[in-house]
Design a protein around this ligand. Structure first.
Ligand SMILES: NC(=O)c1ccc[n+]([C@@H]2O[C@H](COP(=O)([O-])OP(=O)(O)OC[C@H]3O[C@@H](n4cnc5c(N)ncnc54)[C@H](OP(=O)(O)O)[C@@H]3O)[C@@H](O)[C@H]2O)c1
Length: 213
């Protein structure tokens, strides 16, 4: 039985992923890493493993990694760069055998999004330079860890019908406004395909809605 550690499990993005997992991968065990148990839906407390932890604490990662095979990390906030370093250190020092990590980063860090509110989503680079710097470091951090990874850089994650998926690598710097949004279901599916089907192997991709299915 494989176990997926879902970090930031109370986020709306992770909640859509959890629901997709329950529906499409019922054989997998889900371990939900949360800092506030009260925010976890009651049925998830019954059906999944709940790990109470702080993503800023190395020792919490060490404890959470026991028996984990896959990691989906959608923890939010401006400190996710330092958090990833702690997570990778914990994996290394516990010698956990992680088959894949999916990390949710932010759109705009390469100045690639020509959309969002003026002066565009890529304004993250001037509004939060340290955060941007940390996000830009992630591909190298993951590559150096040796753990297969996918970094997603969505624009706006929202509700909506499932669609095909459009992705772009970091070298693509002119993502049009039409590719700003992605719905949570489609995003969850992309994450599951990255985790279990080896999609977007060792890549950082911008991701948005394509044509309706
Ligand atoms: N929403 C978007 O349009 C969008 C666009 C681009 C990228 N993203 C990224 O996608 C991810 C998910 O976004 P979201 O909007 O669905 O959710 P969010 O509101 O950003 O949720 C963040 C999650 O991280 C958890 N968290 C933050 N600090 C933590 C800590 N120290 N220890 C444990 N948990 C902690 C939060 O827990 P609590 O519930 O307890 O606060 C919550 O579950 C984030 O990384 C975000 O930057 C989102």
């Amino acid at each position: 039985m494989n176990t997926v550690l879902v970090i930031g499990a109370t986020s709306p993005t992770a909640q859509a992923f959890i629901k997709l997992m329950e529906r499409d991968y019922p054989e997998m065990t889900l371990k939900l890493f949360v800092r506030n148990r009260k925010k976890v839906p009651a049925y998830q407390k019954r059906e999944h493993v709940i790990f109470l932890g702080d993503a800023a604490k190395y020792t919490d990662y060490v404890a959470a990694l026991e028996d984990v095979d896959y990691i989906y990390d959608s923890v939010g906030g401006l400190s996710t760069g330092p958090y990833v370093k702690l997570l990778l250190r914990a994996i290394k020092e516990t010698q956990a055998t992680i088959k894949r990590i999916v990390d949710i980063s932010a759109g705009g860090i390469y100045g690639e999004y020509l959309s969002g509110n003026l002066p565009y989503l890529s304004a993250v680079r001037t509004q939060h330079p340290q955060y941007t710097h940390d996000q830009l470091d992630k591909p190298l951090l993951f590559a150096n860890s040796g753990i297969p990874f996918t970094i997603f850089r969505p624009g706006l994650i929202q509700n909506g019908p499932e669609t095909k998926i459009i992705t772009h690598g970091p070298e693509f710097r002119a993502i049009p406004e039409s590719e700003f949004a992605i719905n949570r279901e489609t995003f969850a599916r992309a994450a599951a395909n990255a985790l279990f089907n080896d999609d977007y192997h060792n890549q950082s991709v911008a991701i948005s809605n394509g044509e309706l299915l």
